[in-house]
Design a protein around this ligand. Structure first.
Ligand SMILES: NC(=O)c1ccc[n+]([C@@H]2O[C@H](COP(=O)([O-])OP(=O)(O)OC[C@H]3O[C@@H](n4cnc5c(N)ncnc54)[C@H](OP(=O)(O)O)[C@@H]3O)[C@@H](O)[C@H]2O)c1
Length: 254
């Protein structure tokens, strides 16, 4: 995720590579990032934390405690700390760092790599409007950004954070179905990806909502309504309810 952020921030001209200091435990990865983006690199998290006005924590949730413990002594009021760690609240982070550091929790998603992410952002207790605007600017380079009350973060994670994987699974399944019907796999995947993109654009451009758009495709007694009946029999709706609830529960556990 951090790699995707670097690509978009530097690639879009928002900043130059040398204005970003990247810290990671993996020297090989750091060298790759330096070669690719011209960023400064270090294996010392404290160095990255102390010299930055905006610090993004992009480690796994299980690694967050260790990193916070490591950098807490170098943090100071006035800094902006952005966490993208799934399930970790601003309060949880604030309790482990000095008073006065502004903490913003962000849930981006995997299409950040293509500049087409959806990110939801929630402020902690010391966050000012200008901090939120800065976070919107940064994540806006990767796609759409929505402010939400933090109590909705886990729900948003279950929908947009995990959502790309749901759609990749659907894409794979539909392409397989195309192959079964005799389509070349490459063509089947192109048809699926183009159709997903087109359907998403219809949802965005027109105010009809998914139900009416679906009705526009399904003519009486036609092929689409037959296919929709089969999907209903397969329990697709119920499966999505269950999937989102499973993701939500998991986010609460970490
Ligand atoms: N991937 C997504 O689609 C997505 C979406 C929304 C939010 N997120 C959140 O984004 C965060 C990162 O996810 P990711 O998928 O990008 O994970 P990732 O690929 O594992 O990236 C984490 C990076 O942090 C490094 N790291 C581990 N321990 C460290 C330490 N103590 N100090 C400095 N760097 C350390 C890791 O190095 P090693 O690989 O050597 O351990 C790795 O390069 C997670 O909290 C996740 O919940 C991810």
């Amino acid at each position: 995720m951090a790699g995707a952020m670097l690509s978009r921030l530097i690639g879009s001209g928002w900043c130059r590579g040398e204005e970003i200091l990247v810290s990671d435990v993996d020297r090989v990865r750091l060298e790759q990032l330096r070669a690719e983006h011209g960023v400064k690199v270090t294996t010392d998290n404290r160095e990255a934390a102390s010299g930055s006005d905006t610090l993004v924590l992009a480690v796994k949730p299980q690694q967050l405690d260790g990193v916070l413990e490591e950098i807490r002594g170098t943090l100071h009021a006035g800094q902006l700390l952005v966490s993208i760690a799934m399930g970790k609240t601003t309060r949880y982070i604030e309790e482990r760092i000095p008073e006065g550091v502004a903490v913003v929790r962000v849930m981006p998603n995997n299409p950040a790599m293509a500049g087409a992410a959806v990110s939801v952002i929630s402020p902690g207790k010391h966050v000012r409007e200008e901090d939120l605007e800065r976070v919107e600017e940064i994540f806006g380079r990767m796609g759409d950004v929505y402010r939400v009350d933090e109590s909705y973060q886990d729900a948003a994670m279950a929908i947009s954070g995990c959502g790309p994987a749901y759609f990749y699974l659907v894409a794979e399944a539909l392409a397989d179905a195309g192959v079964k019907l005799g389509l070349d796999r490459e063509l089947a995947l192109k048809l699926v990806a183009g159709t997903m993109l087109g359907a998403a654009q219809m949802l965005r451009l027109f105010d009809y909502g998914p139900s009416r758009l679906k009705d526009m495709v399904a003519s009486p007694g036609g092929s689409t309504i037959m296919a929709l009946e089969a999907l209903e029999e397969g329990g697709v709706r119920a499966a999505f309810f269950k999937a989102a609830e499973a993701a939500f529960r998991r986010a609460r556990e970490v």
